[in-house]
Design a protein around this ligand. Structure first.
Ligand code: ZN
Length: 122
């Protein structure tokens, strides 16, 4: 959490040069209007930067939860879970999503983590 918070503070500072440049450029304009324009420009840029940062540094997987799902591993019917996105693991467009029960999802999480940290073999 401390690392994420630090990165967030660094990222926040990245908007400083853009903000000051735009405010300098619009210095003849009404302060409020110039600030609105500067923030608009910053927002247009940092929406993509933030999206990238929060997707790639999130150490928690993005889960989809489905009720009355059958666990693909043990057959238990109940709340089913599947990892949708986690670092390079992406199953957003999965045509046949597989759900797992509370118990089996932990095993799958370990498996996915191992797959992600495996070095590519040549
Ligand atoms: Zn299960």
């Amino acid at each position: 959490m401390a690392k994420k918070y630090f990165l967030y503070l660094v990222r926040w500072q990245l908007s400083t040069p853009i903000l000051s440049l735009v405010l300098w450029w619009l210095s003849g304009m009404n302060v409020l209007l110039a600030t609105i324009i500067a923030n608009l420009i910053g927002g247009l840029i940092f929406f993509w930067v933030d999206r990238y940062i929060f997707r790639t540094i999130s150490d928690e997987p993005l889960w989809e939860i489905k009720e009355d799902a059958e666990c693909v591993d043990c057959g238990h019917v109940g709340s089913g879970y599947r990892i949708v996105e986690w670092f390079s693991y992406n199953r957003k467009e999965d045509k046949n999503p597989q759900y797992r029960c509370e118990k089996c999802r932990i095993k799958k999480m370990v498996e996915v983590r191992e797959k992600m940290t495996e070095k590519p073999q040549k």
